[in-house]
Write a protein that binds this ligand. Sequence first.
Ligand code: ZN
Length: 390
Amino acid sequence: MAAPPVSAQPNLHRRLLCLDTHLDTPSSLARPGWDMMQRHNRDQDFTQVDQPRMVEGGLDGGFFAIYTPQGPLTPDGMAAARDAATLRAVAIRELVAAHPRQFELAFAADDAARIAASGKRIVYQSIENAYPLGEDIGLLNLFYKLGVRMLGLIHFRNNQFGDSATDKPQWIGLSPKGRELAVLGNDLGMVLDASHASDAVFDQLMEISRAPIILSHSGCRAVFDHPRNIDDERIKKLAAKGSTIQINSYNSYLINVPPNPDRDKARAALGQKMRNLAGLTAAQRDTVMRDVAQGRKEIEARYPEPRATFDMYMSHVTHALDLVGPDHVGVGCDWDGGGGVTGMEDVAAIPKITERLVKLGYTENQLAGFWGGNALRVLKAAHEARKTAA
Ligand SMILES: [Zn+2]
């Protein structure tokens, strides 16, 4: 079919309800002095999402992740993780409470269109890593009540619930507790998210779950062979259950990045500087951030890292689209969590995705699914499969 002229495309993108199913932006909210309502610059403070850039990029909202790094599987480690995750959920609520004309919490699939029509950004919540639930999966009930509607059980390392895609198999899939957690997630009506989980966990979740599971931010292994990406057979199975793969823009899942311990060490030292911002004046914080930005540039010059391009990102998108069609693919760019490619550095740049897909002949209806409808369909199906009181 003929594509509309390029000049018409920005308007088309604006008309679409656009969601990203994996925003790590809550990590910015915890930064002292950081303001979601100000336009920031990735080169200065490494963030990729704020309200002005969401508006600029036409991103109506998405799933704001309550992410907890994997720590020790000890009572102390789990208690610290529980507190961190709870505070992150509070920070998301505080964001919405502080800016009620710009943001609104969303809980059900139908909320999205209503909130978008009011001109506000849509804030769904997800859990990335269920480690903070510790030994008490009943805590998931609390997170559900706080509004969490998507549950990623595992992160970079194995945890008490199962195996990670990027760790050695320990449970051969889900642990017994992980199976219980998946059932509870289903019962509550949460979408189970297999991004970061091992292939065996993906298979077992597909088997256990009454509702379609999702890949909230993953890529295609056929395009780039990395354990965090997923093979074609599994993408097809996911689609056959009515679900969607939301394509990630995380650099080292798109391109081969040889390990460089010196670079990691230098970056960790810089990260440490940013951890000590609390208690500083605004002027002192600015100085630290300028130093850190300069330090980041020096590290990049000294230990250059191969960087994926927008075309490489799009090759994952188009591979999935060719494989399973536009009803089963979407966007989960991992903004503020390591996402972004040369040519699409922050959320303001996402109209480029629409522009490319229009050129490839995708219709507005198909793009509406790709940008939000598909994920909302999965959210709705999870809700409908919940356990209701007898
Ligand atoms: Zn992630």
